[in-house]
Design a protein around this ligand. Structure first.
Ligand SMILES: Cc1cc2nc3c(=O)[nH]c(=O)nc-3n(C[C@H](O)[C@H](O)[C@H](O)COP(=O)(O)OP(=O)(O)OC[C@H]3O[C@@H](n4cnc5c(N)ncnc54)[C@H](O)[C@@H]3O)c2cc1C
Length: 394
């Protein structure tokens, strides 16, 4: 048995950033991840930092903190995480009502600029002008997701943190108090465990008898080889379909579907989007499906065909690039942009998962959360998060 102050389960974006921030606060931390090859939602992400997306005082503040963190992060971690600032273009379909869209997007911390077709093409010459009515333009940060989490992990180790590649089988408790975790290899003891297992957080919670509002989708995408074609912006369609779907499948009247996981397709959202990394490779996305069985098989060939067909309409030259299809599971939570806090039913158990726009919210919130765990208080009043959930930080 090894003794740690905190055990973090999951070494994706949430777990890697939080482990580093905890180590900075002098916690002795063990970070456990089941995969020796990083094969998670973070690795397959676009890596876009939507620091425009705050909608209230707290999220606006976090957006501001996030972009300031990123502007200095390469230096803080002494690693090249390929941070840059670029334009995010939300493509508008000719059937959409532009005035209504502009109104809908007024709620955000940074308001978008409408670009007509000519302006869109001059910013992003790869667009097919026949299928768009223009774009909404937002300022966006961007990192290489894999480089970023590896940089966080490297610095976490420098601060004395330990990383082990082991599958957590169960979180061990005694009298509603955390004792540690059991992996496929070993039993580790600690009085604090933080679940950062992304889509798999739900499974771990269910095993503990906790039914918290953390759910997941099955995302599908293509990673291409480096290419000489240049995409200047991050492209996504101007639609809230995915968020609307997440709302629907976590609506009270639909929650029973999550109790008995199965292979039934509950919803399917296609968003033709693309980002190019600095090595010239692309991530082309994305299909998001709600299927409650986390291990459900996906038809790779059909999915790849669909993604390429959708991309062919908007960014024709990218649709034929050689690449590899991937699927991963992405966590989301019910009706709020994140789930972070202590779980009141089990002393010593916390969760930091289920983020919408995690690349913007995770770095600042991990700082606040680590600070809160170290000092039992924090300037943003961490206890407010999760107010209407079954657990509340006291
Ligand atoms: C195509 C695509 C594009 C995206 N683009 C963006 C974007 O531009 N901006 C943005 O903010 N977000 C984006 N996202 C979403 C974002 O990538 C994810 O929400 C985020 O990376 C999730 O991080 P995580 O740490 O919660 O989960 P993950 O990255 O999935 O990490 C969870 C980790 O937990 C480990 N784990 C699970 N169970 C166990 C266990 N029992 N024992 C040990 N380890 C375990 C897994 O191995 C995994 O490494 C995108 C997602 C996709 C698919």
């Amino acid at each position: 048995m090894n003794n740690y102050d905190v055990i973090v389960i999951g070494g994706g974006l949430t777990g890697s950033v939080l482990s580093y921030e905890l180590a900075k606060n002098n916690f002795k931390v063990l970070l456990l991840d089941k995969d020796s090859f990083l094969n998670n939602a973070t690795t397959y992400s676009y890596g876009g930092i939507s620091y425009w997306c705050g909608t209230d005082k707290l999220t606006n503040q976090l957006c501001e903190e996030a972009i300031n963190i990123y502007r200095n992060l390469g230096e803080e971690l002494s690693e090249d995480i390929e941070f840059r600032e670029l334009d995010l273009l939300f493509t508008i379909n000719p059937s959409q009502n532009i005035n209504q869209l502009l109104l809908d997007y007024q709620k955000f911390y940074i308001k978008p600029q409408f670009l007509n077709i000519d302006e869109s093409i001059s910013l992003e010459p790869l667009f097919n002008p026949d299928v768009i009515a223009g774009c909404l333009r937002f300022p966006q940060g961007h990192v290489n997701p894999l480089k970023m989490i590896l940089a966080y992990q490297k610095n976490f180790i420098k601060l004395g943190g330990k990383i082990k590649k082991e599958l957590v089988i169960s979180v061990e408790t005694n009298n509603h108090k955390i004792k540690g975790v059991k992996t496929n290899n070993y039993t580790y003891s600690s009085e604090q465990v933080i679940i950062c297992a992304g889509a798999f957080s739900r499974q771990l919670l269910v095993k503990l008898g906790l039914n918290l509002p953390i759910y997941f989708s099955h995302a599908q995408l293509i990673k291409t080889l480096p290419s000489k074609i240049k995409l200047r912006t991050l492209v996504m369609p101007c639609t809230s379909k995915r968020l609307d779907t997440e709302k629907k499948v976590t609506d009270k009247k639909n929650l029973s579907m999550w109790q008995n996981p199965n292979d039934e397709l509950q919803s399917d959202v296609e968003e033709a989007g693309a980002i190019q990394f600095l090595d010239g490779s692309f991530c082309l996305g994305q299909i998001s499906q709600i299927i409650t069985n986390i291990d459900t098989p996906i038809d790779a060939k059909a999915s790849e065909r669909r993604i390429r067909k959708a991309i062919a309409k908007v960014l024709p030259s990218l649709s034929v690039l050689q690449g590899t299809w991937h699927t991963c599971q992405v966590a989301f939570s019910q009706g709020m942009p994140f789930q972070g806090g202590k779980i009141k039913q089990i002393e010593g158990l916390s969760i930091f998962s289920g983020f919408t726009s995690p690349f913007v919210f995770v770095p600042p919130l991990a700082r606040h959360f680590a600070h809160y765990l170290a000092k039992n208080q924090d300037s943003i009043g961490f206890q407010v998060l999760g107010n209407d959930l079954p657990f509340v930080i006291k």
